[in-house]
Design a protein around this ligand. Structure first.
Ligand code: SF4
Length: 326
């Protein structure tokens, strides 16, 4: 799968399977993503997930993708000395499900210490002391926590049956105690699900126990796994931010000055131009644009919610078409 590498203004194409971006991220600036699990492998099945419903709900830690291949791809990409604010474990599901995430971290820290490393995680597996040890060299961990009670955890995050809210929280408390990097706790507000006074009070008490460096609040900004999930109003988000207090802030949009912002614009234009010419599958669009399938899906869900595209099932799969073409 080709993707773009920018070096001294020259776009270079190279094959990619396990990396995506660099993409301008709301939290991390210009970030190169590493995807360690196939779409969509996760220990949760969140109602708001922008990648759609979880197709492999699991807590089994395995070598989902071959580490040696991931390292080869990283070496090929980083050899060009790209400008990056972060290298981030993220993508098609839960990265800590990969049993050898520590090998990738150790390789990057040894050979490319100039790049800070971040992990976007649902935080459900930190009750494992082994995993906590594996991630200790990271610079930033962004775990999510959308519930502090079992009932709301099951409603919002629809976890694997082996997971329990209290155990997830105690894993995060242990992580804080043992890990010396920065922890930024992310909370997704789903109106009617986790924003009752009682749940927010429980979340606030839990945050005090976890003691993260920062807290970021987000709400739906692209269609989620379930179409009935709504976004919280800006006023409500401000109220909740004030209630949680301390270092709580709202997740911001990416800085339009971020160097790769134009990559995002190019990507959107490529998708629309391609679809104006012919219907395509998600795989086609990913190959043509050089952008990860999960990112393509997120954008298509946005176009779908705006009524700009429609889906059609054919022999080769589900095709995406522009609506109302003359
Ligand atoms: S939002 Fe994250 S944790 Fe939740 S289902 Fe999607 S990938 Fe998994």
């Amino acid at each position: 799968m080709p993707f773009h590498r920018y070096r001294r203004g020259v776009v270079i194409h190279m094959e990619k399977r396990y990396l995506f971006g660099p993409v301008p991220s709301r939290r991390l600036g210009l970030s190169l993503g590493i995807d360690l699990v196939p779409l969509k492998t996760c220990s949760l099945n969140c109602v708001y997930c922008e990648c759609g419903r979880t197709t492999r709900l699991t807590v089994a830690r395995k070598e989902y993708v071959p580490v040696d291949k991931v390292l080869e791809e990283l070496d090929r990409f980083i050899r060009g000395n790209p400008r990056l604010d972060y290298i981030t474990f993220a993508g098609s599901g839960e990265p800590t499900l990969h049993l050898h995430i520590d090998r990738v971290i150790a390789h990057l820290k040894k050979h490319y210490p100039q790049y800070p490393l971040a992990l976007l995680t649902n935080g459900t597996l930190f009750s494992s002391a082994h995993l906590r040890t594996q991630v200790k060299e990271l610079d930033l961990i962004i775990p999510s926590l959308d519930a502090a009670t079992e009932e709301v955890f099951r409603k919002v995050n629809r976890p694997h049956p082996a997971l329990h809210c209290a155990e997830v929280i105690s894993g995060l408390i242990d992580l804080r105690r043992e890990y010396h990097g920065e922890i930024c706790l992310e909370i997704f507000i789903a109106p009617g699900l986790n924003d009752s006074a009682a749940e927010l009070a429980a979340i606030k008490t839990t945050i005090e126990k976890i003691n993260p460096d920062r807290i970021q609040l987000g709400t739906l900004d692209r269609p989620g796994a379930e179409s009935w999930v709504r976004e919280a109003s800006p006023e409500r988000m401000k109220e909740i931010t004030a209630f949680l207090g301390g270092s709580t802030e709202l997740i911001k949009e990416p800085d339009p000055g971020t160097k790769a912002f134009h990559i995002d614009a190019d990507f959107r234009e490529t998708i629309l131009q391609t679809l104006r010419r012919r219907p395509c599958t998600v795989e086609d669009l990913s190959r043509i644009s050089g952008v990860h399938q999960a990112e393509v899906q997120k954008y298509l869900r946005h176009l779908l919610s705006k009524g700009q595209i429609e889906m059609e099932r054919r022999k080769r799969g589900t095709f995406v078409k522009i609506k109302n073409l003359p």
